[in-house]
Write a protein that binds this ligand. Structure first.
Ligand code: NAD
Length: 466
């Protein structure tokens, strides 16, 4: 078993971070920029180790790791370095002459303090580092708890973060449920959690004991809606892609697809075609694994969960269905002829299964809006009125038309869920604000007393201006 942080180590980390924050060291903008630059070098210097860690944890192809754990994080840091002065500067509210010009009203962005950042296993490096970038930029100290389910990535972070970042202000704690439960007993100034909805409730309950503010980035269960006007081949290709990347182990993946009866058969056929193409010709029909360029399922527990779910479906497997326990492989699989009460619809799939339900876009919206709000909706259509209909009749964290994932990669655009898919936002400026206290400050000159003296009791009727 991995060596996890001991309670004594955690206690020392905790005390150090609060002590550091109280010195004001992390409020210094030059300090924040230096840490961000060091974080950029942490990734740049160790790209091969990151790639190896993800190979070990998930058999992740190099291309996917480069895009999601290296390039995107480095770009994010550069964006923060570029904009930090602007975001950290006081904002002047549009509050009229008296407050703005005479009384110097402003909004200060102050760091919330010591934040606890807990991450998941599916993007085990970037989903720790992205919130850490925002926390450092905002001037916070951070206690980081990577997922124990991706041990190579966890060990990478535990080894490299102290080598590059100021250990007075950023500490890594390793551990599983027991250690995280102990961590959550303590009081923080802020908690940033990425993980399942189930554990999100545990985190929220722990935070509530201390009235600690939280950002919760939770389970996805996002559907695609393919309407009768869609470019069906493109919809199929992009839904298959969403299930192929990281073997569908993505909060933003397509969980299931609602497809209009008029294009249903074509969608099934084209999705099977694209799975086959992505896995490499002739490989997808057996136990092929795309020449090793297709992720495995993270661990035996999840592999069993997925194979059991498929075993209980009342739907028809139209493509795939194979698996291999030893390699923790699950073949991309399309399931048709199932209803919204099927076993495959009972939980977030987080794997390469694509249940396809026959439904018009109106029926899809009705089903979506009777359940919990998803993290994302992917709508495939050529009709602007259908886009308006779906926007007006559903709620979700984000929505992309005719593609997948894209709304989450627009710079300085809020990323987050709603209800059971999360609360709060980050990415770019929204990340900076997530770790900031917006403090209203006003400083009226003393001569203003003459102007405001009408407010004091005893009240006189003539003080009321009708
Ligand atoms: P998880 O909730 O099981 O674990 C997340 C973290 O919580 C881990 O660090 C783990 O050690 C800790 N943890 C687990 N059980 C705990 C408990 N009982 N008490 C305290 N801490 C506990 O999630 P996961 O399996 O690592 O990740 C998959 C989930 O994360 C999916 O639901 C996925 O949709 C979601 N996710 C969401 C986003 C997003 O941005 N919204 C991104 C990635 C993953």
């Amino acid at each position: 078993m991995a060596m996890y942080s001991t309670p004594a180590q955690v206690e020392a980390d905790y005390t150090t971070l609060f002590k550091t924050f109280s010195t004001g060291k992390t409020k210094n903008i030059a300090w924040r920029k230096l840490q961000l630059k060091r974080l950029w070098y942490l990734i740049n210097d160790n790209q091969d180790d990151i790639i190896s860690a993800l190979r070990a944890d998930l058999n992740r192809p190099v291309f996917e790791t480069f895009a999601s754990e290296i390039r995107s994080v480095k770009d994010h840091i550069l964006e923060y370095l570029d904009r930090i002065d602007e975001w950290a500067a006081d904002e002047i509210p549009n509050a009229g002459f008296l407050f703005t010009r005479l009384a110097g009203a402003r909004i200060r962005k102050e760091p919330l303090g010591v934040t606890l950042i807990i991450g998941p296993w599916n993007y085990p490096i970037s989903l720790i580092l992205q919130p850490l970038i925002a926390a450092i930029a905002a001037g916070c100290c951070a206690l980081i708890k990577p997922s124990e389910v991706a041990p190579a990535s966890e060990q990478f972070l535990a080894a490299q973060i102290p080598r590059y970042l100021d250990t007075d202000a950023v500490r890594v704690v390793t551990g599983g449920i027991e250690e995280t439960t102990r961590l959550l007993e303590k009081r923080y100034d802020h908690i940033f959690f990425t993980g399942s909805t189930k554990v999100g409730k545990v985190v929220q309950a722990a935070a509530a004991k201390h009235l600690t503010p939280t950002v919760l980035e939770l389970g996805g269960q996002g559907p695609s809606i393919v309407t009768d006007t869609a470019d069906v081949d493109m919809a199929a290709k992009r839904c298959a892609y969403a299930k192929f990347v990281n073997a569908g182990q993505i909060c933003l993946s397509v969980n299931h697809a609602f497809v209009d009866p008029k294009v249903y058969d074509e969608f099934l056929e084209r999705t099977a075609y694209w799975f086959e193409a992505f896995l490499g010709k002739g490989k997808g029909s057996g136990e092929g694994d795309g020449n090793g360029e297709f992720c495995r399922i993270v661990n035996e527990r999840n592999w069993e969960r997925l194979t059991e779910l498929l075993g209980r479906t009342k739907g028809r497997i139209v493509y795939g269905g194979k698996n291999n326990r030893e390699r923790k492989y699950i073949q991309p699989t399309i399931i048709s002829e199932l209803t919204s009460t099927d076993s495959l619809m009972s939980e977030e799939l987080f794997g390469p299964y694509l249940p396809v339900i026959k439904a018009s876009y109106q029926e899809a919206c009705r089903i979506i809006s009777t359940g919990e709000h998803p993290l994302a909706i992917y709508l495939f259509t050529r009709s602007t009125s259908q886009i308006s209909y779906v926007l007006n009749n559903t709620t979700s964290g984000g929505l992309t038309v005719n593609d997948v994932f894209l709304h989450a990669s627009i710079r300085n655009t809020p990323f987050g869920g709603v209800g059971h898919s999360g609360t709060g936002y980050y990415h770019g400026k929204y990340g900076f604000l997530a770790f900031s206290q917006l403090r209203a400050v006003v400083h009226p000159p003393s001569w203003l007393e003459r102007v405001v003296s009408f407010r004091y009791p005893p009240y006189t009727a003539n003080a009321i201006r009708k």
